[in-house]
Design a binder for this molecule. Structure first.
Ligand code: F6R
Ligand code: MG
Ligand code: MG
Length: 371
């Protein structure tokens, strides 16, 4: 059976500030999803969240980019926005960037990661949801899962993985894409994916099939809105086992709380902290950025789950290290590398401050110049 897994997410109001979602808004999301299932639009669903972002995790048979599915998500987020407004939630309707729906969600605010595939006899899949960071944050773990034998033993040991995988990388600024075949091209690929604010892994494919095995959301709100709206808070889905990285290999990269961009005002580097679903609420300096992992077994398109994959003591060290790294970064205050480099600050509210001062800069005299 060919099934489509769609994760569609938006921040339509925070409780309190940008830290969480009010239960009444989540209830509305669940009601809408239950109704969509009842009507036969979707096979199954799971309503989830990370921080102030609501995720609609859905299965259906309509393929990615489907107008009915996207319209449903759009209408749902609009109706949740009404509740957010009634309850005076912070930034109500934040990710609703336009008034009218026009065919799909591209450029409209909500983020989405969708993939269509033939469901295997047993289909374990993990949905990752992040808060206070950007889409390129998935580059590091996807590389580890599908290209690094120090992470994924199967790349060496399992004959069905030994040939490696193909990575589709998007240039978000020039809106171009390229496919890298790995391991042959890992050095070439790392030139680009090591710069995650611009180059983002969109899909991973096996070498013998065009069916995706992983997909990410690549929307950058700033590029859509032309102004700073909030960080993109991306999502990702990864299929596991039987010729793909095992569940433990898919989760392993997060045992290292690597540095991502986002955190306070979308303007700071900080550790990416893996947390259980009860701990997805960023509070310290609006962070640190965090990620939850919902595990499912698909059965005829039904989402059997979720299992809260990071609610496990084996991730305690990662969390502890993340907190130490958070302390270390925080002590830099407004200095780089805690604060993002200037070119990335263009995507925040700082250019407005710079604009105000631009006429106060005067050229150095001949004597003052050092070259
Ligand atoms: C980061 C984020 C928050 C806000 C911060 C300021 O993605 O959403 O850190 O940027 O709380 O918010 P405003 O400008 O709305 O007061
Ligand atoms: Mg928010
Ligand atoms: Mg958020």
């Amino acid at each position: 059976m060919k099934v489509t897994l769609s994760i569609i997410k938006a921040d339509v109001g925070g409780y309190v500030g940008h830290s969480d979602v009010h239960p009444a808004m989540l209830n509305r999301a669940r009601e809408a999803l239950a109704e969509a299932k009842e009507k036969g639009l979707i096979i199954d669903y799971c309503q989830a969240k990370c921080g102030d972002d609501i995720a609609l995790i859905m299965t259906h048979t309509k393929g990615p980019d489907n107008e009915d599915i996207h319209r449903f998500a759009w209408d749902t987020f609009k109706s949740i926005t009404e509740i957010a407004k009634e309850l005076g939630q912070y930034g109500a309707g934040q990710d609703i960037l336009t008034d009218a729906f026009s065919g799909n969600l591209r450029g409209m605010g909500p983020g989405f990661a969708e993939m269509e595939f033939e469901e295997r006899k047993s289909e374990p899949v993990i949905c990752f949801l992040a808060d206070k960071t950007e889409p390129g944050s998935w580059n590091f773990p996807l590389y580890k899962m599908f290209a690094d034998p120090f992470n994924t033993a199967g790349l060496v040991i399992d004959p069905t993985m030994h040939d490696g995988f193909r990575f589709e990388v998007h240039d978000l600024i020039e809106e171009k894409k390229i496919i890298f075949s790995c391991p042959e091209e890992i050095y070439d690929m790392l030139v680009f994916i090591g710069a995650p604010s611009r180059y983002v892994i969109k899909h991973v494919f096996r070498k013998d099939s065009d069916e995706p095995v992983a997909v990410t959301s690549t929307q950058r709100l700033f590029l859509m809105a032309g102004r700073y709206v909030g960080k993109d808070d991306p999502v990702m889905a990864v299929r596991c086992q039987s010729g793909l990285p095992a569940v433990g290999e898919v989760l392993e990269p997060f045992a290292f709380p690597y540095t991502v961009a986002g955190w306070m005002r979308g303007s700071h580097h900080g550790p990416f902290m893996p947390v259980g679903m009860d701990w997805d609420t960023p509070t310290r300096f609006d962070g640190p950025p965090r990620v939850v992992a919902l595990g499912f077994q698909l059965k005829d398109g039904k989402l059997v789950g979720p299992r809260d994959m990071f609610a496990d003591p084996s991730y305690d060290n990662a969390r502890r290290r993340a907190l130490d790294i958070a302390d270390y970064y925080r002590q830099h205050g407004p200095f780089e590398p805690h604060r993002l480099p200037l070119d990335e600050m263009e995507y925040t509210t700082m250019p407005k401050v710079v604009e105000k001062l631009k006429d106060r800069f005067i050229p150095l005299s001949e004597k003052e110049r050092d070259r």
